[in-house]
Design a protein around this ligand. Sequence first.
Ligand code: EPU
Length: 430
Amino acid sequence: MDKFVIRSGNPLSGTVSISGSKNASLPILAATILSAGKCILKGIPALRDVDTLLQILKELGLKIERKENGDIWSEVSDERNSVARYELVKTMRASICILGPLLAKRKYAKVSLPGGCVIGVRPIDLHEKGLKLLGADISYKHGYLVANVKQLVGTDMYLGGTFGSTVTGTANILMASCLAKGRTVIENAACEPEVQDLALFLTKMGAKIKGIGTHRLEIEGVKKLTGATYTVIPDRIEAGTFIVAGALAGKNVTIKNCRLDHLSAIIDNLRQMGTEIEKISNTECRVRQAKHKRPIDITTLPYPGFPTDMQAQMMVLLALADGISIITERIYPDRFMHVAELNRMGARIRKEGATAVIEGRSKLWGAPVMASDLRASAALVLAGLVADGSTEIQRVYHIDRGYEQIEKKLQKLGANIKRVFDKMPTTADE
Ligand code: EPU
């Protein structure tokens, strides 16, 4: 398993270009199952999670090619297999986003249950509820969800649970209802930019969707969806991670190809801490570190609130603030695996239920640490950029799931980070 070795000391400066969004790419790729023609997708990042989904789609009979310019061409060529195997699904929970399109297009889907993961239990009851309301028959056998339907029929539904709306659940019901008979209304739909992007792609394929970007989606089912060409949005979490890098160690870091309108909560919180963020245009900003970082309190919430996927990275900055900060996790109450590792680097963070109390201090020190999930790994990389001495991060396959060449992008900004390759193949799960 590869590891990163980071030496602190270098101030970051220069320009970094943000890749396409992982969490928009996954459902958009899954949506090509619905298409009666060829889809050309631009900006899909080269990531381990994307590769996993492409492998699943190929097994489901899609002809997929990645062209030299990075575009992905996808076309359904054989609809006989509608089974997504455990061996692939277990490596990426988001694989569940094939369920809605398979059921809508092929009337049958057998998808392995993804199982738990380090950030929480992550049930799929809301996906099931929505599909059942559209008329699907759903059962569970030997670790697989089996869904059948003669014809999905549109209906009104409320799609919310204890933790609010569901991103992938909304994506699944949205995709299924595009080919359902009649009108579907999804109340409490997730309105994350990634869901909006999926809805815009489906619209390009011929779907009739009203309310994009709101918590109420209204879908008028159509008989057929066509091929389409589409460019995915930039990854707001990758952008946020580099903005935090700039806030920690930036002399002058320019972040380009981002969407600042998707980053409001992140930018607002960083500015409250004293970070200088200069907006150049909606797709470009410049970040400089703050000499004194003010402590702040953050609660993670569904969009447009502060994203859970940036919680770990912000914690690194707060660990170096001039006072006590509090982070409350409202999406995944157990998503605090990074706390123990950051404490090993000298941070003073106490976890109380779904809350972390962070006592800021003047410095962190390098240490050997272990990546546990995608965003926790990103936090450790950020901490390594400013921790005294050398930091060694094991299990960086977690970070390869969701950040395209993070070490190369950081090296370009002047960071002293290198990947130490291991010849052993990685088979670990999410
Ligand atoms: N939930 C339920 N029942 C459901 C579905 C969700 O109770 O049927 C709960 C979850 O347990 C959680 C909350 O609802 O407490 C929100 O979960 P959601 O379904 O919105 O999450 P997701 O769709 O599984 C996506 C992202 C995550 C991101 C969350 C929240 C993708 C592929 N994944 O997950 O991204 O944290 O939304 O914004 O889009 C990441 O990229 O590192 C990542 C984990």
